[in-house]
Design a protein around this ligand. Structure first.
Ligand code: UD1
Ligand code: PEP
Length: 422
């Protein structure tokens, strides 16, 4: 199994290209199931989660090919052979549940394994199911699978989500494009990935209004057609690399970055003492002479501070001057990086959904292990600021969400390498 070795060093300087968003691509790919014409995605990230989604779509009989080294994904669902998503693939990746809405909308039936929980929380899918029921779906849970039918097709309805869910909004939005009549989704997620999905669906002929707000209205159409769509920039990869010069000094431009994707995060970075500048190329981040200041953060649905950047921001707060309080409001178990950061000399107290971090002047390298994706990269960031060598084990989590992390960081001067089979 691979490990990443990071050796703390001085300021970083240069440019880091930001890839297309994993979380957008993972919902755009199932959208291919809504049409018998081809859907092509450009600016796709090259990640193991994307390969898992390709495998899942392939198991349903879709044709999926990657071009230009994986940056283009060409898909066609004209000859699907199955409407059943098997446990063996679904268990690898929770986003697999996103095939449910499209299959049900197009074929009137689907069987999808329940994904189960994961390291960061229980993550039920009840809201995905309730929203589909509001469109007339009949659901039965048997042998670990959701058996869904809509014999006469889905019908438009109104559904108000009791809490904001990105995935449930995506599943319902895709299903509603082919439902008869008008669907109104209230308290919908507003994430840029939702807007990207709606933009792609409109390119395929869907009639959608209100994406990016909390009420989305969809007028069902008879059929969707083929399209080509560029995947939106990965705001979480962007925020992660913006933290690198914050942690070890210097100035880095994240190519393709946009402030509107991450406004709440940029505000916090500036409050901590960084300068963030938007240019034609992307977002430039520079650290001046002074100390990083402690800043409190509470995670929220978009446009709030993203939970997917909480672990990485904690790495920065570990070396800030003063005490910061980080509140995790989305997932019930998303502080597993804290004990590993403590092994590197950080001072962190976790009480339920709150972590209090007392900054130290220097972290110390150590062998560490991560149990989820963002936790893994937070340990790499911490390693950039630590004295000596940090060895991050179990990097398969990292490969779910970061392409060529070691190449991107070493190109701006970080001392980081991947070791195979250690
Ligand atoms: C592939 C993908 O896009 N993943 C992102 C997506 O995950 P995902 O779509 O799974 O996250 P949700 O927005 O659905 O989850 C938000 C909260 O709602 C709860 N919930 C969700 C659905 C449901 O049916 N019932 C329920 O109770 C979850 O347990 C969680 O506590 O949004 C999260 C929140 O921004 C991000 O951290 C993930 O990176
Ligand atoms: C939690 C994440 O992903 P997933 O929803 O695929 O587990 C993430 O991207 O940080």
């Amino acid at each position: 199994m691979d490990s990443i070795i990071v050796t703390g060093n001085g300021p970083l300087k240069g440019e880091i290209p930001i890839a297309g968003a994993k979380n957008a691509c993972l919902t755009l790919m199932p959208a291919t199931l809504l049409s018998d014409e081809p859907l092509t995605l450009t600016n796709a990230p090259r990640l193991s989660d994307i390969r898992t989604m390709s495998q899942l779509l392939g198991s349903l009989g879709a044709e999926v090919s990657t071009l230009q080294g994986g940056q283009v994904i060409a898909m066609s669902s004209h000859a699907l052979t199955s409407q059943r998503a098997e446990y063996d693939i679904v268990r690898k990746m929770r986003a697999s549940i996103l095939v449910l809405g499209p299959l049900l909308a197009r074929f009137g039936r689907a069987e999808v394994s329940l994904p189960g929980g994961c390291a960061i929380g229980a993550r039920p899918v009840d809201l995905h199911l309730r929203a589909l029921e509001a469109m007339g779906a009949e659901l039965d849970l048997r042998e670990g699978y959701v058996h869904a039918t809509a014999p006469g097709g889905l019908k438009g309805g109104t559904y108000e989500f009791p809490l904001v869910s990105v995935g449930a909004t995506e599943n319902a939005l895709m299903a509603a494009t082919l439902a008869k009549g008008t669907t109104v989704l209230k308290n919908a997620a507003r994430e840029p990935e939702i807007v990207d999905l709606a933009t792609c669906l409109r390119r395929m002929g869907a009639q959608i209004e209100g994406d990016g707000t909390s009420t989305i209205t969809i007028e069902g159409v008879e059929r969707l057609h083929g399209a080509t769509h560029p995947v939106v920039t990965d705001r979480i990869e962007l925020g992660t690399y913006m933290l690198a010069p914050a942690i070890c000094g210097g100035e880095v431009t994240c190519l393709g970055g946009r402030r509107d994707l991450l406004a709440a995060f940029c505000d916090k970075l500036e409050a901590a003492g960084m300068t963030v500048t938007e240019t034609d190329k992307g977002l430039s981040v520079a650290r001046g002479e002074g100390d990083i200041r402690a800043v409190d953060v509470a995670t929220e649905p978009f446009p709030g501070f993203p939970t997917d950047l909480q672990a990485q921001f904690m790495a920065l707060m570990c070396i800030a001057k003063g005490k910061s309080v980080l509140e995790e409001n989305i997932f019930e178990n998303r502080f597993m990086h804290a004990p590993e950061l403590v092994r590197m000399g950080a001072r962190i107290d976790v009480h339920g959904g709150t972590a209090t971090v007392e900054g130290v002047s220097r972290l110390k390298g150590a062998p560490v292990m991560a149990t989820d994706l963002r936790a893994s990269v937070s340990l790499i960031l911490a390693g950039l600021a630590a004295e000596g060598e940090t060895i991050v084990n179990r990097v398969y989590h990292l490969d779910r969400g970061y392409e060529h992390v070691e190449d991107k960081l070493s190109a701006v001067g970080a001392r980081i390498e991947r070791v195979t089979g250690r």
